[in-house]
Write a protein that binds this ligand. Structure first.
Ligand SMILES: Cc1cc2nc3c(=O)[nH]c(=O)nc-3n(C[C@H](O)[C@H](O)[C@H](O)COP(=O)(O)O)c2cc1C
Length: 319
């Protein structure tokens, strides 16, 4: 097969990369074309210093975009070689992905259609449980990317985690700077990023979020949704530094795409991992040495939600 060398082919791969999830839908990535490679950079102007002071979730989000790139490359019939953090003098260069004429990773190519359908599903899931074989497939997807997907199997563990989610909600909403940061990312859909709220009420919603501690109602809502979700899963990694976070992101996206391929979607319960003082308690609850990165509830959605906004590719490709 002919190798990719033109800008348009590389941009069409990036078109798929940007469909990845990101915290607050910040889309904290930039790409540079250098055929047959694409370089992925962190866009630190899109960081969330209050919600994510170490940029851990920023790296995870970029790792998700990297997984999408790998899937798009495989779907196009090529193979990809990934170097993580290839330049010690520039830590914003997160990855270089080089397209090669080698056997295609068929397992990745199969995830292509799921990229277009994946959504974060914040509503109630159907009651239908996830078959054990599917849970095992998701665990394997994480393992392929050097991460561990812990399935929360007992009531005790579930209750303990839900308690921590409630505490996380309460601590985040008490923090006025956290609320202000969240409000900055509540936009009408026109803007191409952020968490979408209907245009007419957007200023009102932003004002309410900025000024009112809604921790109590958020905690009730999250614990209700978590409690009735078919399954809770915790993604963890051995390390807790940029390389591990990029791996966590690739693993997260591989899990989400594999889930979507089977009609399953996810929503996030990251509060007790985001709040620094609660994160060790999550670790203790699982008696784990690894570092918790992402907490998900998963199940079958009732409907296909509209896609959340994305910036056009030309905005994220640097010259
Ligand atoms: C690292 C990471 C952390 C996230 N944390 C949360 C979260 O705490 N709560 C939440 O509702 N969504 C969370 N999300 C989901 C994003 O808000 C979502 O991906 C974004 O709004 C785009 O929507 P989409 O996933 O439907 O494309 C997170 C996503 C990522 C990748």
């Amino acid at each position: 097969m002919e190798m990719v060398s033109d800008e348009d082919s590389l941009k069409s791969l990036i078109q798929h990369a940007v469909l990845a999830p990101s915290s607050h839908n910040t889309q904290p990535w930039r790409f540079r074309l250098s055929a047959p490679s694409i370089e992925l950079y962190a866009d630190l102007e899109r960081a969330l210093p209050v919600n994510d002071p170490q940029n851990r979730e920023l790296y995870i989000s970029c790792g998700c975009a990297l997984m999408n790139l790998r899937v798009a490359v495989a779907n196009a019939g090529w193979s990809s070689r990934v170097e993580l953090l290839p330049d010690v003098s520039d830590r914003t260069l997160l990855a270089r992905i080089t397209i090669e004429n080698a056997p295609v990773d068929v397992a990745l190519a199969k995830l292509f259609d799921a990229m277009l359908l994946r959504r974060t599903y914040r509503n109630r899931f159907k009651e239908e449980p996830l078959e054990a074989a599917l849970q095992e497939l998701l665990r394997h997807a994480a393992e392929m990317e050097q991460a561990c997907l812990n399935i929360i199997a007992t009531e005790d563990k579930r209750d303990e985690l839900i308690k921590l989610v409630r505490e996380g909600d309460s601590l985040q909403w008490q923090n006025e700077t956290w609320r202000r940061e969240l409000a900055q990312w509540l936009h009408s859909g026109r803007q191409g990023d952020g968490l979408k709220v209907p245009g007419l009420v957007a200023p009102l919603v932003r004002g309410v979020v900025r000024h009112f501690d809604m921790g109590r109602s958020m905690a009730s809502q999250d614990s209700f949704l978590a409690d009735e979700s078919p399954v809770l899963m915790l993604l963890s990694t051995e390390g807790d530094a940029p390389r591990a976070w990029l791996q966590a992101g690739q693993a997260l996206q591989r899990v989400l795409l594999e889930a979507q391929r089977h009609g399953v979607q996810a929503s996030y319960l990251n509060q007790p991992i985001q709040v620094a003082e609660l994160r060790p308690q999550v670790q203790q609850a699982f008696a784990m040495d690894e570092f918790p990165q992402i907490l998900l509830r998963m199940g079958y959605p009732d409907e296909l939600l509209p896609a959340s906004p994305r910036r056009p590719v030309d905005e994220v490709v640097a010259e």
